[in-house]
Design a protein around this ligand. Structure first.
Ligand code: ATR
Length: 274
């Protein structure tokens, strides 16, 4: 029986086991996927457990996606560029760090049928998931990425970081920082803050003048409709929550570990309705 884990802190809320155990069953794979709450001190041990084949793979979630890197042997290019790892696996006795959040976001957006190419994207937040979103937006050829974070210096850091690692003049022009509270002209706005996780949470931003037919995307999927999405919808905009992104990042991890592309259907989607 092969063992897989998702580790983080806190971890009780994680719905990754629902998806992975469902796909393991569907594909007749003898395996289990469990969640485990860990602390920083346990990260090294986790990699030893994988090297010893006690565990065959792990998902890494908040707040360890960056911290795990120092214990890994190699990173994929997406993990390296975003400095964020959410999937680890053993290949030729080396622990490899992958980032499937980038693909997860890309696939989720593709599924909506919305083409981001040459679009102006307004990103709210500068936390753990944002480097993956920026990388995906750059890959999808957004014309400009406007970052805004309550704590401005975190947005400045992200811009500087991407400018340095990607080292292209283009990037410099593509990432712009907006003061928190200023709403620029945009085609797509992405809520990547944690505001909305609690049902009554509200962003103190005024979208009333943005016009209609924009795309409001929220990384949050539980609750299914945050006040941010409600607001967008009421203003006649297209909306999408982060459920598909979550499912697709899990599917990409599954593919890495089992070399099988798992099926994504309504039944899978319902597993996340809690
Ligand atoms: P972390 O910053 O530890 O990676 P996260 O959950 O990934 O945590 O990110 C939380 C994001 O939500 C941050 O961008 C945070 O802004 P700050 O950097 O200013 O903390 C943002 N956020 C949280 N509460 C917020 C609030 N009430 N208003 C606006 N932004 C908020």
């Amino acid at each position: 029986m092969k063992k897989y884990l998702v580790v983080g802190n806190p971890i009780a809320h994680s719905l990754s086991p629902e998806l992975h155990n469902y796909w393991l069953r569907k594909n007749n794979i003898q395996g289990t996927y469990k969640k485990e709450e860990i602390n920083s001190e346990d990260l090294k041990k986790l990699t030893t457990r994988i090297k010893d084949k006690e565990i065959f793979g792990a998902n890494i979630t908040v707040p360890f996606k960056r911290e795990i890197i120092s214990y890994l042997d190699e990173l994929t290019s997406e993990a390296k560029t975003t400095q964020s790892v959410n999937t680890i696996t053993l290949e030729n006795n080396k622990i490899i760090g992958h980032n499937t959040d980038v693909k997860g976001f890309e696939n989720a957006i593709k599924d909506t049928g919305y083409n981001l190419e040459e679009k102006k994207i307004f990103v709210l937040g500068a936390g753990g998931v944002v480097p993956s979103i920026i990388f995906a937006l750059l890959k999808m050829k957004a014309s400009v990425i406007m970052l805004s974070n309550r704590t401005r210096k975190k947005a400045d850091y992200l811009k500087d970081y991407f400018t340095s690692v990607l080292a292209e003049d283009e990037i410099q022009k593509k990432i712009i920082i907006n003061e928190w509270g200023d709403i620029p002209k945009f085609d797509v706005v992405i809520n990547a803050t944690s505001v909305g996780l609690k049902k009554d949470d509200k962003l103190n931003l005024d979208f009333s003048k943005v016009g209609k037919d924009k795309f409001f995307y929220d990384v949050i999927y539980n609750p299914a409709e945050t006040n941010f999405l409600k607001n967008g919808k009421n203003l006649s905009n297209f909306t999408e929550n982060g459920k598909k992104m979550f499912i697709y990042q899990a599917a990409e991890s599954f593919k890495i570990w089992h070399n099988i592309k798992p099926e994504i259907n309504d039944e899978v989607s319902k597993l996340l309705d809690q």
